[in-house]
Every structure is written in structure tokens, then in C-alpha cells.
Design a protein around this ligand. Structure first.
Ligand SMILES: [Mg+2]
Length: 184
């Protein structure tokens, strides 16, 4: 693919409530157009693991996900898995299978993990996208770090009990609000 099309030097800073708003939403990672990301100037991808690439606490990549990641790599995008997971083996195994960089104990939405990911990818924030299924970790952290934020629906209903009962209800309220305002 051609390079240098529409490369953004910096994304406008998001503030206040907009820090929770993804730049866009997709049903799943495989619905995202790799070519469109490239044309936006995206060169590096920060990827959430649980319920974005694999079902929660599993490590088998669904074929459409591994196919999409293969296409992204072929296009020249670099991959970094950024996981809040404390247990590292599973993250490391998935990353090895994908030939991707991985960072665990990321403490999303803290900026530290995102900064480490940007350093490892050698990309500027505006050249980088985060793809994740959670507003209060992936999207908030990504917006704070100044990267392009893409929220996907969780792969599977099964998730951490805290996520299900504490994070999802306010997430739904905010999403409805952002939709009504035409932000997503
Ligand atoms: Mg997740």
C-alpha cells in the first residue's frame, strides 16, 4: 500500500466527558478496514487481549481475528498487545503466535502502559490506534495517551464479574449519550 496519505500530525486533545468517547465503534476487530487505517496514517496498533482478540481468559484466536491480524501485518502495521492481565504466560503465548510485542500489567487506563507501547512500536500517538472492548480502560487510556480509539463489542458475554456489574452499566449510559449527540 502507498504510504503518506492523510497522515495526521496530532489528534485533537479530548477533554472532560469526551475522554470516554471512542473515535469510533465497530462490531468486531475483523470489521475494521486495514486499508482505511493505513490511509489515516496509522502505523501501529495497540491491542487489548481479553474479549477483543480472544474470549475472556482464553488464548485461542478465532480464525477471523487471526486472519485480520495477518492482513494488518502484511500491510505494514506493527502490533502490540497491551493487557491488564497480571498472569503473563497467556499474553506471551498469544503474542508469540502473532509475532507481536506484548506488555502485561499495563494498568489501563493509566498512561504508563500506553507510553511503553508507543515506545515499543516506535510510533507517535497520532500514528497509533488502540482497539479494545472497554471504555474505562482501553478507550479512556487511549484518549488520554492521544491515540486513535476504536471500541469493539466484546467477543463473548463471559467476562470478569467486576466488568459485568460495575463497568458495563455506566458504559452503556455514556454510549447512549454519545450516540444521541452524534459523537459515535
Ligand atoms: Mg478487554
Amino acid at each position: 500500500m502507498n504510504s503518506g496519505v492523510n497522515v495526521l500530525s496530532e489528534l485533537p486533545n479530548r477533554r472532560g466527558l469526551m475522554l470516554f468517547c471512542p473515535h469510533r465503534m465497530e462490531e468486531s476487530i475483523s470489521r475494521i478496514s486495514v486499508q482505511e487505517l493505513w490511509q489515516r496514517g496509522i502505523r501501529g496498533l495497540i491491542l487489548d487481549l481479553d474479549n477483543t482478540l480472544v474470549p475472556w481468559q482464553r488464548e485461542e484466536l478465532p480464525p477471523e481475528v487471526s486472519g485480520w491480524l495477518e492482513e494488518a501485518k502484511q500491510a505494514g502495521l506493527k502490533l502490540c498487545i497491551l493487557s491488564n492481565s497480571v498472569l503473563g504466560r497467556r499474553v506471551a503465548r498469544v503474542a508469540a503466535e502473532l509475532n507481536a510485542i506484548h506488555i502485561r500489567k499495563a494498568r489501563k487506563p493509566g498512561r504508563g502502559g500506553f507510553m511503553r507501547a508507543l515506545q515499543a512500536l516506535h510510533t507517535r500517538p497520532a500514528q497509533t490506534a488502540i482497539i479494545g472492548d472497554q471504555m474505562f480502560t482501553d478507550i479512556l487510556g487511549g484518549n488520554r495517551a492521544g491515540v486513535y480509539t476504536i471500541m469493539v463489542q466484546p467477543i463473548h458475554r463471559r467476562e470478569f464479574i467486576y466488568t459485568r456489574f460495575v463497568s458495563r452499566p455506566p458504559e452503556r449510559i455514556l454510549l447512549r449519550f454519545f450516540r444521541k449527540r452524534g459523537h459515535v
